[in-house]
Design a protein around this ligand. Structure first.
Ligand code: FES
Length: 383
């Protein structure tokens, strides 16, 4: 929030470079520059609207609340996904390139309808609908509201903070490679119902998303969605929660080998202290056993990965010895890694603290009031 000193700063000039595109025109996308005059604490959205009002009424931008609530003004500012109404012009200029021009583009991973407006329906909303985004209780709906304890809802509070702006979808690297991926926003929404004590189809939901080749195990842990989210929903964290419940609680072993791959990764780090790439595929297919190394499916997969391995060796990313035998960790360090595993695995049950605390208290502390001689103190007045 801008303080009073910011509010009284005089207007300044800002240069905006807008990515323009109208698919119906048949013309290629192009950059369009505008200079606007606004106080530095005003938002990038206000800057775009001024350019539209004063310079070019055909600039396409979607917005509604202007208060970071409705999620409709998602764009890319200087290459990063953001809410236009929640980004100050001075901050955007500071993050811009050397000439200070603020670069504004539509969100990624979604088709452009016009300029900064993307087709949320074609990607984002379609994927949200995919996860059955409503409660599936076993009992008929009560006459009035469902009553649940506050404590039981704490776990899903974080996903409920999502405003469906699509910033995480815009930056999802897995979706760039596989447009069919259910994606961070929809999977975070799925956790909102999987974690809800009133929902009776937790297992069915998880089974469905685990078996989908574009589902739970398609996320590559790149953290881009975590950084992109303006509401700290941590979509990747919600996906990991879905996986933990699917694998550890519901014991779902999916046909995509996702659960086994994850187990292979953790057991390899436990056994070697670091990831041993050469064993990852065999262990993902055949488990920890000797037979696993010769599992037919593992052989096929290994052959497919051979070009990548050869390229990694030639580029010096890994040596042949290291690729085949794994990393050698000092005995003391390996013991330390094993110690962490023992500590975590000896717990009687999984310990997960999923508390969502966001924002800061911006209200200034009230000044202590002087109590006039003979007058009642504030406590006395209150009582
Ligand atoms: Fe509603 Fe920006 S206009 S979030």
């Amino acid at each position: 929030m801008a303080d009073m000193a910011d509010v009284h700063r005089p207007p300044e000039s800002f240069r905006l470079r807008l990515r323009r595109y109208d698919p119906e025109s048949g013309d290629a996308p192009y950059w369009d520059e505008h200079t606007i005059e606004l106080e530095p604490h005003r938002s990038v959205l206000e800057g775009i609207l001024q350019a539209r009002d004063r310079n070019d009424g055909s600039i396409g931008i979607r917005c509604s609340c202007r208060q970071a609530i409705c999620g409709s003004c998602g764009i890319r500012i200087n290459g990063e996904p953001a809410l236009a109404c929640h980004t100050h012009l001075d901050a955007a200029r500071e993050a811009a390139g050397a000439d200070g021009t603020i670069e504004i583009e539509p969100m990624g991973n979604m088709p452009v309808i016009k300029d900064l407006i993307v087709d949320m329906d074609a990607v984002h909303w379609k994927k949200v609908r995919r996860v059955t985004p409503w409660l599936l209780p076993s009992e008929p709906a009560p006459e009035r509201e469902y009553i649940v304890s506050k404590e039981s809802m704490v776990d899903v509070t974080q996903t409920m903070a999502c405003i469906q702006c699509g910033a995480c979808v815009s930056d999802c690297l897995a979706m760039e490679v596989d447009p069919g991926f259910v994606g961070p926003a929809a999977l975070a929404k799925a956790y909102r119902f999987v974690g809800d004590p009133r929902d009776e189809q937790q297992r069915e939901r998880l089974l469905d998303l685990a078996q989908d080749p574009h589902g739970l195990y398609d996320c590559t842990h790149c953290f881009k969605c975590v950084e992109a989210c303006p509401k700290d929903v941590n979509p990747m964290g919600q996906i990991m929660r879905l996986r933990r419940i699917a694998g550890s609680d519901q014991h779902i072993v999916d046909r995509n080998n996702g659960e086994r791959h994850e187990a292979a990764l953790t057991t390899l780090v436990r056994d070697y202290g670091l990831l041993h790439e050469a064993e990852l595929v065999p262990r993902s297919y055949g488990g920890n056993s000797w037979f696993g190394k010769f599992h037919p499916a593992a052989g096929k997969e290994l052959l497919g990965l051979l070009p990548t391995a050869v390229s990694a060796v030639f580029k010096g990313k890994v040596s042949v010895k290291q690729a085949l035998l794994g990393h050698k960790l000092a005995k003391r360090d390996l013991e330390a890694v094993k110690g962490i595993y023992e500590k975590v695995e000896s717990r009687p049950e999984r310990y997960e603290l999923n508390l969502y605390v966001s924002g800061v208290d911006e209200e200034p502390e009230p000044e202590p009031r002087a109590v006039a001689s003979g007058a009642a103190s504030s406590e006395e007045v209150a009582s």
